[in-house]
Design a protein. Structure first.
Length: 385
């Protein structure tokens, strides 16, 4: 890392550390408490705010948000872990949810992300965005997955760096602040997260994210946790009632631009490329999430109408289970509805006969699996046209 590439700006500077090794690292400055957008970004901000508002309205009107949220949260978790190299698909995650077999390493990472997110959403009314929350989220994010040996739930006490595989501290592309600078940088980050500075909320959110990634306070999992915080911040501030926004899907599509934009805040002191990208992602992903919610709700109502004709309360419960996990098995129905295996199989066959489910290829252990195909297509589509 060349200090000349990171001159002093409003966001910080690179300089040599003191002590025996005297390596070059980046020292972030406190976050600015005011920020003015140029006219083109003011227009983009208005569009992003409007799209986010429509999504929040949909969240308040969902007939059963708890059941319908999980596919959204899984999309966010999957996209965020894919940025870090995880190879998995939504279908694989739904298959695990239906079969209950031990997940592979990639699926485990996605599920750990979901666990960290769900814990944070539950605790948000009682616990502010703080170091304490960061530590517990990080512990859950890395629990039992790759990186579990990288001190989950602890801020780093050694130097880390970012670069190509095999790079060293000497030739890294970016070296975050030294360990003794992490605490004061996070203290300012925490204050900023709980203030209402002179800037729009989405701009504040974008700056919080870029600063968190610059500090890189953990030995592993910084990218995943930083992206999780983008949506959590909107929930904490009351802009979303539930995690219906999957920003990581938009970021994953613009991965190179995302990394270049974050770097520009450090090399040029220019946060506008990242703010612009973030606003574009919020706008596009909000529009997509609204369209997806409308189709899921329409399918749920159609499914429930058919199930009602079967005159079975249990059939209605299976429909709700399908909305949460479009792949279902007798094991899953048994566990969630507290019914016997014959009853579970009868329910699935009834719904298959009614055209709501179709039998898929058997699982690894010969277990019958049923798929709500229309729902699966809506949930797993990359983009809705």
């Amino acid at each position: 890392m060349d200090a000349a590439d990171f001159p002093r700006t409003v966001f910080g500077e690179a300089r040599r550390t003191v002590g025996r090794h005297r390596y070059v690292a980046y020292f972030p400055a406190p976050l600015p408490r005011s920020f003015e957008l140029p006219p083109p970004l003011v227009s983009l901000l208005a569009e992003a705010e409007a799209a986010l508002g429509r999504l929040a309205g949909v969240g308040r009107l969902l007939p059963n948000p708890h059941l319908l949220i999980r596919p959204y949260l899984l999309r966010e978790a999957l996209a965020s872990t894919m940025i870090e190299g995880t190879q998995a698909s939504l279908a694989e995650i739904f298959e695990f949810g239906a079969a209950g077999d031990g997940p592979n390493a990639d699926v485990e990472e996605v599920l750990a992300y979901v666990d960290a997110f769900e814990w944070a959403v539950t605790e948000a009314p009682r616990l502010p965005l703080s170091n304490r929350m960061l530590l517990e989220m990080h512990r859950r994010l890395l629990h039992g997955v790759r990186g579990a040996g990288r001190r989950p739930g602890e801020f780093r006490t050694t130097q880390n760096w970012i670069g190509r595989p095999g790079s060293t501290l000497a030739n890294a592309s970016f070296v975050p602040p030294p360990p003794d600078e992490v605490a004061p940088a996070l203290a300012d980050w925490e204050r900023f997260a709980n203030e209402e500075p002179d800037m729009p909320l989405l701009v504040q959110n974008a700056l919080l994210h870029s600063q968190f990634e610059t500090i890189h306070p953990f030995l592993d999992g910084n990218g995943r946790l930083g992206r999780l915080l983008l949506v959590l911040f909107l929930i904490v501030r009351g802009r979303l009632t539930a995690p219906l926004l999957y920003v990581s899907a938009g970021i994953e599509r613009e991965r190179d631009r995302y990394y270049a934009a974050l770097r520009a805040t450090r090399t040029d002191g220019d946060a506008l490329p990242w703010i612009e990208l973030f606003l574009e992602v919020v706008r596009s992903q909000s529009v997509d999430a609204v369209a997806r919610a409308e189709r899921i709700v329409a399918l749920r109502e159609r499914y429930r109408a058919v199930a009602t004709d079967l005159r079975s309360v249990n059939a209605l419960q299976v429909v709700d289970l399908m909305c949460e996990n479009p792949i279902v098995t007798t094991r899953l129905v048994e566990a969630r509805l507290d019914v016997t295996r014959p009853t579970a199989l009868r329910l699935l066959r009834q719904l298959e006969g009614a055209g709501l489910l179709e039998e898929a290829a058997q699982g690894a252990r010969g277990q019958r699996r049923y798929v709500a195909r229309d729902l699966m297509d809506v949930v797993t589509a990359d983009e809705l046209s």
